[in-house]
Ligand binder design. Structure first.
Ligand code: LLP
Length: 420
């Protein structure tokens, strides 16, 4: 079933008409489809069916909503976290600590300790310095930390520069040509159980070839490590599989990805791990918004000013990303327009010269494919609140994140006595 479909001229999320959600919850609001989320999760897992018992950890950063994590945890997914906050969410959502992988270049002392005390499954070490710090902490507090060494394979993922992570100039992982020496140094540390290698070269990949190249390099490294006497039992292949944002775009399927992985990792004899984010969550969500007004421009198409802004959905402003934009109750009339939010900078533009449904003040519309890297990247810029989130399940829906009003954010601030 397509999660967001028109019925009798009205866009629905599963069996809930979006105007009902707008009325009850207000706008802007993210609306997620549980069915779509689970379909994507199952499609990813099915794509890996040739592999022996892969470990799939959802990249929490893509959508850290507790209910989303809960739903994926119930499907057997673990969590890939990058902060103490994400770790706390994964655990609160009921994901078993041993199914949590901790990535990130800047894990703090406090976060490393939190993760040790939680008993997470694996630390993906991004530097030798981090490894020594973790070893010290583990020894001091009587833990053994399972670790993989994240390598930087110097492969161009051919994606947006801001979300590319596997080139040598990127901050992630250790250079693959030094990985053998670093692995052996870290393996000698009491407190660490070096058990594998991790790689993640970027997000929104439209081709499998860069992934294949990176995995090939990881396979070679695993062989070298084994020759040097290390039992490499785990290989974490990260996330990165892209999704279409624009009608008509085609991307590798989970089955094609899985077939490539099966081919490249044949004979590795290691537990394979994955960290998909966008593939699972992106098309399971829309950002529902209401048109505030339309405004004539001096010499071009009109501006459609909607009540969502770059603080609610940052991707267009940040990466020039495209999100399909549709009226919730289209009249059939089409137009060309600039779609903008209310924030006071020109960057608060969702689309220029977009061919779209004609909209009047008060009309509802959606930005599609907003379930990943949407609400999670929201801010309160321009003293706007934090956007609400709703999860739909068939004909039911629930608010899964309350709107945080601008006043609540102001309440957390104080003026010191000496300014009184
Ligand atoms: N694993 C690691 C270590 C990562 O850094 C990421 C994403 C993932 C897994 C998940 O990648 P995915 O399967 O979602 O591609 N805010 C950007 C995306 C940033 C991705 C950061 N890392 C956007 O809106 O496009």
């Amino acid at each position: 079933m397509a999660a967001f479909e028109f019925r009798n001229g009205v866009l629905h999320a599963e069996n809930v008409p979006l105007p009902l959600i707008a009325e009850e919850v207000g706008t802007p609001v993210y609306v997620y489809s549980l069915a779509a989320l689970l379909d994507n999760a199952r499609a990813f897992r099915d794509g890996l069916s040739e592999l022996d018992n892969p470990h799939i950890a959802f990249a929490v950063k893509a959508n850290p909503n507790l209910s989303v994590l809960r739903a994926l945890g119930r499907e057997g997914f673990g969590a890939d976290v990058v902060s103490g906050g994400e770790l706390a969410r994964a655990i609160a959502a009921g994901i078993a600590p041993e199914d949590v992988v901790f990535s990130g270049v800047g894990k703090t002392h406090a976060e490393l300790l939190q993760a040790l005390e939680t008993g997470i499954g694996q630390f993906n070490l991004e530097s030798e310095e981090e490894g020594y710090e973790l070893a010290l902490l583990a020894r001091r507090h009587g833990f053994i930390a399972n670790c993989a060494l994240r390598v930087n394979p110097d492969v161009d993922a051919r994606t947006h520069a801001k979300i590319s992570t596997g080139k040598s100039e990127n901050k992630f992982g250790v250079p693959i040509d030094r990985a053998g020496a670093l692995y052996s140094a870290l393996a000698a540390e009491d407190g660490l159980n070096m058990r594998g290698v991790a790689v993640h070269i970027g997000s929104q990949l439209s081709e499998l070839e860069p992934l294949e190249t990176a995995f090939g390099k990881v396979g070679k490294l695993i062989g070298e490590l084994r020759e040097a006497g290390y039992a490499v039992t785990h290989a974490d292949l990260g996330g990165g599989l892209g999704v279409p944002y624009r009608e008509g775009e085609t991307f590798p399927t989970a089955a094609e990805y899985g077939a490539m992985v099966a081919r490249v990792t044949k004979g590795w004899d290691a537990q394979l791990m994955f960290e998909p984010g966008r593939f699972i969550a992106a098309d399971a969500g829309v950002l529902l918004t209401r048109t505030i007004r339309t405004k004539r421009s001096s010499n071009g198409p009109p501006f459609v000013v909607v009540d969502a802004a770059m603080n609610d959905l940052a991707r267009p402003a940040m990466y020039g990303a495209w999100h399909d934009f549709d009226a919730v109750e289209p009249t059939g009339e089409r137009c060309t327009a600039h779609i903008v939010g209310p924030i006071c900078e020109t960057g608060d533009t969702f689309a220029m010269d977009r061919e779209c449904d004609a909209l009047q003040a008060g009309d509802l519309a959606v930005f599609r494919t907003a379930g990943a890297y949407g609400a999670t990247m929201a801010s309160s810029y321009n003293s706007r609140g934090f956007v609400a989130e709703v999860l739909v399940n068939d004909d039911k829906f629930a608010i899964v994140a309350e709107r945080i009003e601008a006043s609540a954010i102001m309440d957390a601030e104080q003026v010191p006595d000496w300014l009184a």
